[in-house]
Design a protein around this ligand. Structure first.
Ligand SMILES: Cc1cc2nc3c(=O)[nH]c(=O)nc-3n(C[C@H](O)[C@H](O)[C@H](O)COP(=O)(O)OP(=O)(O)OC[C@H]3O[C@@H](n4cnc5c(N)ncnc54)[C@H](O)[C@@H]3O)c2cc1C
Length: 186
């Protein structure tokens, strides 16, 4: 785990456990709500559960999107999900989540399948459903890239490019994603 007490912010660099760098970018997902730098970002984390199934008789040349996704991942296996839960006490797969996924699966497919894996994660969703990018008000060496929420796979290529170009001084951050909408200069 990152030890915040070891982070030293100097005028010309940051230092962490003997590592010196120009800047540090925090990409902590929903756990930024426990960070001394980013706890004011209004996270509304959403736990989600998915399953991997094996289904030899199901075609593998299309994705099902009907109340759930069923995505072929090769070798007659399919990734299926996902559930949404806004109140949760752990990040673990649950019996209730499994029942929900099986019910959804049984509505969508009528052929036999075997459950191979059942996992859970937490989506770093933000109150206004926008990414959170930019610098901390106290130091432009301390940065955040977060808030990808339910769409991290889709959003991260666009916004990581925007962040890289912003860091190189080539562009401005879109105000809708700038962390300064939550953290103001003090
Ligand atoms: C069930 C489910 C289904 C999803 N489906 C889709 C989908 O179909 N399409 C889509 O686009 N997106 C989907 N997402 C969303 C996508 O997974 C997220 O948007 C994405 O993972 C966010 O990436 P991230 O790197 O910002 O955060 P995360 O993936 O949450 O990664 C943050 C990392 O930081 C680590 N960390 C946190 N604090 C510390 C610390 N103090 N020290 C060290 N490490 C720390 C965590 O352990 C974690 O590894 C889904 C998410 C879930 C849970």
């Amino acid at each position: 785990m990152f030890d915040y007490s070891q982070l030293k912010i100097h005028s010309d660099c940051i230092e962490y456990n003997g590592i010196e760098a120009e800047k540090i970018i925090f990409c902590e997902g929903y756990q930024c709500q426990n960070s001394p730098y980013w706890k004011e970002v209004p996270m509304l984390p959403a736990k989600g559960e998915i399953m991997t199934i094996e289904c030899p008789s199901m075609p593998e040349d299309f994705i099902v999107l009907s109340g759930m996704f069923i995505i072929p991942i090769g070798n007659k296996r399919f990734r299926c999900g996902a559930t949404y839960e806004w109140k949760f006490s752990d990040e673990l797969p649950s019996a209730g989540g499994k029942v929900k996924l099986i019910d959804l699966l049984n509505e969508n497919i009528k052929v036999p399948y075997t459950i191979i894996e059942h996992t859970a994660g937490v989506r770093p969703t933000v109150k206004d459903r926008r990414p959170v990018i930019g610098a901390h008000p106290t130091s432009d060496r301390v940065l955040i890239f977060n808030g990808l929420g339910t769409k991290g796979v889709m959003l991260s290529p666009l916004f990581s490019l925007q962040m890289a170009e912003w860091l190189e001084g080539k562009t401005q951050l879109n105000p809708e994603v700038n962390v300064n909408r939550f953290l103001k200069m003090r």
